[in-house]
Design a protein around this ligand. Structure first.
Ligand code: C2E
Ligand code: CA
Ligand code: CA
Length: 687
């Protein structure tokens, strides 16, 4: 028996009883209420939901038409059937017109059950339709009010519909784009391969997601985050394509701002030390190729501390801004001016020919200070001291060049200031040293003087060893062990790094195999590649040969390439990295944060690991700028699904800071110094 909530509008209890009996006979279990006045009917309608209303036609205090009108006034949709002893045809028709669903004569109650069944069915259909309409209205509302731009296209990517946000973001109205293809938004910033890969993914996976540059109707190019998904029918055939996107211009601007904060000095808007270092190194490698020189000037203002203390910091800041402007105005276009800290500035004079007079250029810089500066209505005279070191005459190593310029600056100051001083080694002796070292390096391979040390890398989460980095050492007979900073530049200049680099890779593979046969858990080995190696045309085939010869599991090799080296020629780098990736080796970006990478390039490179440069790690948690940079790098790395490792971790505080900020792995003296392979065995896990 099926429960049926039935509201009877009937003054006669007997007639009501008769109706209920008929319902039971028809297989229903009525949950019934009898009412016979408007008030009681209203109360009953409020009390609960009803499946059906059965109403008498004439009653002393009520009537069928009045009950029907009352029902309509509530807005409820309940089937309403009139049951009457005597009703003229005219009244019956009028009732049906007024919205009654059926009428039954009391002497023909047998018709009641089929009538109820039909009305219940129809009521269900009406309800289903209402629900569907409500759903559609909701979907339309979501579509229209979404802050994501949405476009719906047919299976051939012809646009059928767009929403309001689409128009707001792109400027195109529905009339502009319906029937067109989404390619009308193309910015020209991506090549054909980009779109080909995108369609490949949609065809293969039914899905593509990524960052894309598009063009608004007004011609402006903007970045968007786009998701394209296909809609298929039951047989799996594509029926529609749906694109949803958000405008990333603001996010991009924020990224650019962070970049600016990372690389520019806030007070003077000059490049900071990090950017200076990067650009200067670039100028050095350019100069190396073209046989030119670079002058590194370390610059500082005499007695600036006294001025700051007597006139106040505000005046000091104003003066520094004026100094920056004059410096920037006194150098040539290809030169770079940066503010290091306080009153210390750096200038790199690039592309110097052998016969360009550095002294003449220095005079221009110094004479920029012959006029007084102005602050607080008074004239202030400032004088600079400058230390100068020359690449490659003094050294070809950047850090050494910086140190030499600093030494020269101290000499200039000691001599009374308002002066410049060149760092001059006894030129001849140095040249001799260099020749000596070069010929020793040429024999070092056959004399087996090179050695690989290894430094473990640890997971902050599990405390387990997750890898080791191979670091080169040179042990000449009867001499102290030499660190790579001393001889790698010379290996690069002489291209000896090519055969030595191959030896390093072979040795690392051989050591790894030895550890495996001793039954240790497989632990990847990171091998450094220098810029000269990375540029070498034979690199990829050398790598393939070594991997094949040694039969090592390619996933166990991680190649470390510095950020600046990759950014020198990103397009070429992409090809090389792709070849590495295809071979199955892992790729780490070394010294990350010192270069000037763009996020969009990083995204395209098949990378596995970001290695935060140790200069940032050195000053955390004390230095707020470095802390912010590390934070940004970790977030960026994770967004690109890369594992992030910090190197040069020397203290517990640094380790804690890195752990709190979600860094994955660490490496540094706090854990281990680089060590010979035998010592490393104690760190490995037995399986
Ligand atoms: P890198 O790749 O950035 O290597 C990290 C350097 O930091 C290593 O110096 C390592 O010993 C040192 N280090 C590790 N932990 C700490 C720490 O907690 N504090 C400090 N202050 N330093 C730490 P290393 O071995 O002298 O190597 C210097 C550079 O020489 C390397 O920098 C790399 O650019 C190059 N290099 C080393 N081995 C190779 C190699 O096999 N091939 C090539 N192409 N370059 C190498
Ligand atoms: Ca490294
Ligand atoms: Ca490094």
């Amino acid at each position: 028996m099926e429960p049926l909530r039935v509201l009877l509008i009937e003054d006669s209890e007997d007639d009501a009883e008769l109706t209920l009996r008929q319902l039971k006979k028809g297989g229903y279990e009525p949950i019934a209420k009898r009412v016979d006045t408007p008030e009681s009917m209203r109360a009953a309608l409020e009390m609960r939901e009803w499946d059906i209303i059965l109403s008498d036609y004439t009653m002393p205090e009520f009537s069928g038409p009045a009950a029907l009108a009352l029902l309509h006034s509530t807005g409820l949709d309940v089937p309403f059937i009139v049951i009457s002893g005597a009703m003229g045809e005219e009244s019956a028709v009028a009732l049906m017109r007024a919205g009654a669903h059926d009428y039954i004569m009391k002497d023909n109650l047998a018709r009641l059950i089929p009538a109820i069944e039909r009305e219940l069915r129809e009521a269900e259909v009406r309800r289903a339709r209402q629900r569907a309409e409500a759903d559609l209205a909701l979907a339309a509302k979501v579509f229209e009010s979404s802050v994501e731009g949405v476009l719906i296209a047919d299976h051939e990517a012809r646009i059928l519909r767009i929403n309001k946000a689409f128009t707001e973001i792109t400027g195109y109205t529905e009339a502009d784009v319906v029937g067109q293809r989404p390619s009308i938004l193309q910015s020209g910033r991506h090549d054909r391969d980009f779109y080909r890969a995108m369609w490949q993914s949609i065809n293969d996976n039914g899905y593509w997601q990524g960052e894309i540059w598009n063009r608004r109707k007004n011609g402006e190019i903007f970045p968007e985050w786009l998701t394209i998904s296909e809609v298929t029918d039951a047989s799996g055939q594509r029926t529609h394509l749906i694109g949803g996107f958000t405008d990333m211009s603001q996010q991009k601007q924020a990224e650019d701002r962070i970049h600016h904060l990372m690389y520019y000095d806030a007070l003077t808007d000059l490049p900071n030390r990090a950017l200076f270092r990067e650009r200067c190194k670039r100028a050095m490698s350019r100069a190396w190729r073209s046989g030119k020189r670079v002058a590194y000037l370390h610059f500082d203002i005499d007695r600036f501390v006294t001025i700051n203390d007597t006139l106040g910091h505000q005046v000091g800041d104003q003066l520094l801004q004026q100094v920056s402007q004059r410096l920037a105005g006194s150098v040539r276009q290809q030169d770079l001016v940066a503010r290091f800290t306080g009153d210390e500035f750096g200038i790199a004079m690039a592309d110097l020919d052998r016969d360009t007079s550095v002294e003449d250029l220095l005079h221009t810089v110094v004479s920029a200070f012959s006029e007084p500066f102005h602050a607080q209505g008074r004239e202030i005279f400032l004088a600079p001291s400058i230390g100068v070191a020359i690449f490659p005459d003094d050294t070809s190593d950047f850090s050494e060049l910086a140190r030499f310029a600093d030494t020269a600056l101290h000499v200039a100051k000691r001599d009374g200031g308002a002066n410049y001083h060149f760092y001059k080694q006894s030129m001849n002796r140095r040249a001799d040293d260099r020749l000596d070292m070069e010929s020793a390096l040429r024999r070092a391979l056959e004399r087996e003087e090179f050695q690989l040390y290894y430094q473990p890398q640890w997971s902050l989460a599990t405390g387990e060893i997750i890898g080791v980095e191979a670091l080169l050492r040179w042990q000449r007979r009867d001499e102290d062990m030499m660190l790579p900073g001393k001889f790698i530049p010379l290996l690069e200049e002489t291209s000896l790094i090519i055969p030595v680099g191959e030896w390093i890779l072979r040795q690392a593979c051989a050591d790894h195999k030895a550890w495996m046969t001793m039954g240790f858990k497989p632990t990847p080995v990171a091998v450094n590649l220098s810029a000269r190696q990375f540029r070498d045309k034979g690199l990829v085939s050398m790598l393939r040969r070594v991997l094949e010869d040694t039969g090592i599991d390619t996933e166990m090799i991680e190649l470390e390439i510095t950020e600046s080296c990759v950014m020198e020629d990103p397009e070429e780098a992409l090809k090389t990295l792709q070849a590495f990736h295809d071979m199955g080796v892992r790729i780490a970006i070394d010294d990350f944060g010192t270069g000037y990478s763009s996020l969009s390039y990083l995204k395209r490179f098949p990378l596995d690991v970001l290695k935060i440069d140790q200069t940032f790690v050195a000053d955390v948690p004390a230095d707020n700028d470095d802390a912010a940079i590390i934070d940004t790098i970790i977030a960026m790395g994770h967004r690109l699904k890369l594992s992030v490792i910090a190197e040069g971790v020397e203290t517990q505080e640094q380790a804690d800071f890195l752990r709190e900020h979600g860094c994955d792995n660490v490496q540094g003296y706090f854990y281990d110094r680089p060590m010979p392979g035998e010592e490393l065995l104690s760190r490995f896990i037995k399986v």
